[in-house]
Write a protein that binds this ligand. Structure first.
Ligand code: FAD
Length: 354
């Protein structure tokens, strides 16, 4: 068993880096455990052609701006390079290749168990494990009977596996639209969506979504009404590839799935199409399995929090994840605010322990 530290952060992605930035001058003895062998958090798992919705200066962590991208928006490799440079610049102490399997708490001290059977003791914990390790696929009737290839967007790297196939793409979010655009270049595609997809105007990018979300957040904080009728926050951003797919006439939803058969999809509004493969672009839960022995975790992986502080377990914070752990906390530009407040809370908490 290692010596006891003040703080352990689980996960070494952008949320951990933002927390590390604010921890620099606190004098706390802390370390970060990440199960990946390389820097950049889950961005290395995203598909090869992924491009951000906003320019680099709207996609930066605290302190150090993402350098200008070669194109209008940063691509996956530029995001990874930025996160790796950020980690190096601030000398953030990440121990890699360490998977945390379970956390318990005894006499007010956390005992962190790793897959390598190491145990680390800590006075406080930040969980910053993101969503990518908890892909969500809805229980569509007949899904387990379907005999072809099924892939979640989490595993998708490029369209190779779908070449010349008949592919059902499921999901009306940005991921669904972007992967439909890419796969439809090499395959015959059918698009299943729960609701009819809604698109932002062509000249609007992710900055508007962020500004709108900020305005909504500020209004709610002041108890003022907020009129979001101009744009819905979840709308599809018209990236160049999505625009091109629209021009090719492939951005057409066939609506909801009624049932999947061995080799076909039956539609709720009638009709049936033979398919060879399904690409599920149906989102994620939260990767909080390692906390399930410590605190109540709901079906999506959510834990009861007040901002980032776990309501039920003193000394435990959750950073990143999404709205339930802080406004825009699952974005590069938004996580800094949650991280700063969390570090401040932890410093106060540890002072009170003395
Ligand atoms: P992650 O990046 O997932 O990092 C968590 C780390 O923890 C990973 O390295 C993981 O392997 C590790 N880990 C998990 N469990 C354990 C464990 N038990 N033990 C040890 N390590 C563990 N955000 C933007 O700001 N702009 C965008 O344009 C944007 N586009 C996106 C497009 C798509 C398709 C998706 C899916 C997301 C997008 N995001 C965007 C969101 C962003 O990718 C994620 O929200 C972000 O990666 C979250 O960072 P994180 O540090 O919280 O988690």
């Amino acid at each position: 068993m290692q010596k006891e530290v003040d703080l352990v952060i689980i996960g070494g992605g952008q949320s951990a880096l933002a927390s590390g930035y604010f921890l620099r001058r606190t004098g706390l003895d802390y370390l970060i455990l990440d199960d990946k062998e390389t820097c950049g958090g889950s961005w290395s798992q995203t598909w090869e052609s992924l491009t951000l919705f906003s320019p680099s200066k709207f996609s930066s962590l605290p302190g150090y701006m993402m350098p200008d991208s070669a194109g209008e928006y940063p691509v996956r490799e530029e995001v990874i390079a930025y996160l790796c440079a950020y980690e190096k610049r601030y000398d953030i102490p990440i121990k890699r290749g360490v998977r945390v399997t379970q956390i318990t708490r005894e006499n007010g001290v956390f005992i962190i168990q790793t897959a390598g059977r190491e145990q680390i003791k800590s006075k406080a914990v930040i969980s910053a494990t993101g969503t990518w390790q908890n892909p969500f696929i809805p229980e569509v009737s007949g899904r387990r009977r379907f005999q072809g290839l099924q892939m979640h967007s989490m595993e998708y790297q490029n369209s190779k596996a779908f070449e010349r196939k008949r592919v059902l793409v499921v999901g009306e979010g940005n991921t669904g639209a972007q992967l439909l655009a890419e796969v439809s270049k090499v395959a015959q595609t059918f698009w299943a969506t729960h609701e009819q997809p809604e698109y932002l105007p062509d000249d609007v990018d992710g900055r508007v979504l962020f500004d709108l979300a900020t305005a909504k957040y500020e209004a709610e904080k002041l108890g003022k009404p907020f009129d979001a009728s101009r744009y819905h926050l979840g709308n599809i951003v018209m990236t160049p590839s999505v625009k091109e797919a629209r021009d090719r006439g492939v951005l057409i939803s066939k609506g909801r799935i009624s049932v999947l058969e061995e080799t076909a999809v039956v539609w709720e509004n009638g009709g049936r199409d033979d398919i060879d493969a399904i690409l599920w672009c149906t989102g994620f839960g939260f990767a909080t399995d390692h906390l399930s022995g410590l605190v109540s975790v709901d079906a999506r992986g959510r834990i009861s929090t007040e901002n980032t502080r776990c309501k039920d377990i003193p000394g435990l914070w959750l950073v990143g994840y999404g709205g339930w752990t802080g406004f825009a906390s699952a974005t590069l530009i938004g996580v800094g605010r949650s991280a700063r407040q969390t570090v401040k809370d932890i410093v106060d908490y540890l002072k009170d322990l003395k």
